[in-house]
Design a binder for this molecule. Structure first.
Ligand SMILES: *Cc1c(COP(=O)(O)O)cnc(C)c1O
Length: 433
């Protein structure tokens, strides 16, 4: 499998290089040169397969021979060891629960697959692979959990001191083992700047065998295709997928799935007030801008990093993108009201991100009442227990064991000034050559 950069369709890299580099040097995004169509054998069998067996067939068709089949099968089985169940609210409204992984958000699918692929790619390296990641909250937790105890790897997470929630901080700092949390006296932007400086310093990057677990890594998108296939098995009718979106990785993954042959009726890009993409779909004008803080904070993105990939899929043609995808922005007060409505009407506790999706589905169903909508529930509501308690009172939430027990674990972090030089010195000091 070869990939090209969206900024230079003439130059190609192999899959392994795209995964370990994450970003092409020309600042584009890696895209597969050729997206395999699933064949009749697959479509004859797909409804009878287990989630993992189906997943393996899809990924192996896409990756072709980039990873030997027996290895890939093990990676898929091990990474996707939790389900993606679909819950019917009623005949036209379904919720695809993507929060059954270890950190209770859909990012576990991508991060767990990426960790295992990276470990395999570097299996013959004598030196430990160091995954360097800056986080404003959720991504760091998913990446830390995904790499925890993966042989030949260590993770160094930078997070802004005092600027992530208590539970999020525990997800970063309580694992121990091959996970180290650096608590930066600065902002998320400082953390990102420091990480970038370490990568750009060729000596450090090479000596410490650095790689990035950035969300635009192609190996994080690939497993995100799989739950769309899983959901589509509930009906013979093509579904309308409603995707609460921030960087649009989830939505891009669905576009790749459609290129492999998955039939969908329509796609809804549900956002909070950070509505750069809905605006583009409506007007054809793309105006990235600084993000605004909202209740659905994992979607507070003003310049979605996968937008270039979406454009690539549609050959930079606004009309064809707008005919397949509709955008729908939602305010915080609407989000709060939707959390109450979903609970009152269906007895279902939905998180603020899923609530944004619910409202977008309602808007769509008003005009297309016969459609079957599937709303992606991207995080477990217990991760947003304060908002849920404000709208629904206490006692409606089941807090999963793996979240509840974090509260009692000890936080271990290394304080550091917001200085790239300090990070580089520390990395070199802590690396065994
Ligand atoms: C990351 C995230 C999103 C946004 O997903 P994108 O792929 O960036 O569009 C939505 N909801 C939750 C809970 C997330 O963590």
């Amino acid at each position: 499998m070869r990939l090209y950069s969206t900024n230079n369709p003439e130059s190609f890299v192999e899959f392994g290089e795209a995964v370990l580099r994450s970003l092409p040097a020309d600042n584009g995004l890696y895209m597969p040169e050729h997206i395999a169509q699933l064949d009749d054998t697959f479509w004859n069998d797909w409804k009878g397969l287990s989630f993992q067996d189906m997943a393996f067939r899809i990924v192996s068709a896409l990756l072709h021979d980039a990873i030997p089949e027996d290895v890939l099968e093990e990676i898929v089985d091990d990474a996707l060891n939790f389900p993606a169940p679909i819950v019917a609210l009623d005949e036209h409204r379904h919720v695809l629960e993507l929060f059954h992984g270890p950190t209770l958000a859909f990012k576990d699918f991508g991060a767990r697959f990426m960790a295992r692929v990276m470990a395999w790619l570097t299996r013959n390296d004598k030196q430990t692979l160091t995954v360097l990641v800056a986080t404003s909250g959720d991504t760091g937790g998913a990446v830390a959990s995904a790499f925890h105890n993966v042989e030949g790897t260590r993770v160094v997470i930078l997070y802004p001191s005092g600027k992530v929630s208590g539970l999020q901080e525990k997800q970063l700092t309580a694992l121990g083992g091959n996970i180290t949390a650096l608590e930066i006296n600065g902002s998320f932007d400082d953390c990102q700047r420091m990480v970038k400086a370490a990568f750009l310093d060729p000596k450090t990057s090479k000596r410490c065998n650095l790689t990035s677990a950035n969300s635009i890594n192609i190996s994080r998108l690939i497993p995100q295709m799989l739950y769309y296939f899983e959901a589509a098995r509930i009906s013979n009718k093509p579904l309308t997928f409603v995707i609460p979106s921030g960087n649009f990785g989830n939505l891009t993954a669905l576009l790749l799935a459609t290129r492999m042959g998955l039939k969908v009726n329509h796609i809804i890009a549900a956002t909070n007030v950070n509505d750069v993409v809905p605006e583009y779909l409506r007007t054809g004008d793309y105006n990235p801008r600084p993000s605004v803080a909202t209740l659905s904070n994992a979607m507070d993105v003003g310049a979605p990093s996968n937008f270039a990939r979406m454009q690539e899929v549609f050959g930079n043609d606004w009309e064809s993108m707008a005919s397949m995808i509709s955008g729908f922005p939602v305010s915080d007060s609407q989000t709060r009201a939707a959390i109450r409505t979903v609970y009152e009407k269906y007895g279902y506790v939905i998180d603020p991100h899923g609530a944004v999706g619910y409202l977008a589905a309602e808007a769509w169903l008003k005009e297309h009442p016969k459609d079957l909508t599937v709303i992606l529930e991207t995080a477990h509501p217990a991760k947003f227990s304060e908002t849920i308690a404000e709208e629904l009172g206490h006692g409606v939430l089941d807090v999963p064991e793996r979240l509840g027990c974090l509260a009692h674990k000890e936080k271990v972090s290394i304080p550091m000034a917001a200085s790239a030089d300090e990070l580089i010195d520390w990395l070199v000091l802590k690396t065994n050559f």
